[in-house]
Design a protein around this ligand. Structure first.
Ligand code: MG
Ligand code: ZN
Length: 225
């Protein structure tokens, strides 16, 4: 089916161009953009909720959140008291640059330091769609099994940082930390891995510190792709 492949490449090329334009706009306006990707239920919203609450005292924040349906996550995130917009994708299982751009309409990006984008829960196609973000973070929860990186290498390959979530449950679910790290590094040698629990707060200070350091590199784009 060469035809289908051609069409898809066309879509991706258009997306890449749009994403590049978006990133240039973010750079010009001085907003650092961080996207979160993971499978459904890995804890993107929980991590983001806690992160928004913590960082809003020192940074000007906003968030976009993608889901196929419902605005539940946007409502959860808005509890932090920062601007949040839901992107409802319907049948589409990922965000793309066009949806991102559309969702930003009317927002004063200049007044932001950090913009978070929570992608639709999916480890497959989000890897192919650049959203113009500066930093892409892949989450892996201890409840999912240590072999996720082996099954979904592309998303780990396009991420700038991996975060192991729900680390407070590691012992209860028999999470094999060494194997998880081995698997992450076999698909992506050198990828930085953090461990957090948004519920108990374990590892969260380190996470906040790394976000601060990485976002301070604004302008000297962290992403190379
Ligand atoms: Mg969510
Ligand atoms: Zn998709």
């Amino acid at each position: 089916m060469p035809r289908i492949v051609e069409v898809r490449e066309g879509v991706l090329k258009k997306n890449d161009q749009l994403a590049r334009d978006l990133r240039a706009r973010f750079d010009r306006l001085g907003v650092f953009v961080i996207s979160l990707v993971s499978s459904p239920g890995a804890g993107k919203t929980a991590l983001l909720q806690r992160t928004l609450k913590e960082l809003k005292a020192s940074r000007r924040l906003a968030a976009l959140v993608g889901d196929l349906a419902t605005d539940n996550d946007a409502r959860r995130l808005a509890e932090a008291g920062v601007p949040v917009r839901q992107i409802t994708t319907g049948t589409v299982c990922h965000l793309d640059a066009e949806m991102t751009e559309r969702a930003l309409a009317g927002w004063n990006l200049e007044s932001l330091d950090l913009l978070f984008i929570e992608n639709v829960g999916n480890l497959v196609c989000p890897s192919s769609y650049d959203l113009g973000e500066h930093l892409r973070i892949v989450l892996l929860s201890v409840t999912e099994g240590e072999d996720k990186p082996l099954k979904y290498p592309t998303i780990f390959n396009t991420a700038d940082l991996a975060v192991i979530t729900k680390i407070d449950l590691a012992e209860a679910v028999g999470f094999d930390r060494d194997e998880a790290y081995r698997n992450v590094r076999s698909v992506r040698p050198g990828l930085e891995v953090l461990e957090v629990s948004a519920r108990t707060g374990l590892g969260m200070d380190h996470w906040f510190a790394r976000l601060g350091e990485l976002s301070a590199r604004r302008g000297s784009a962290v992403r190379t792709g």
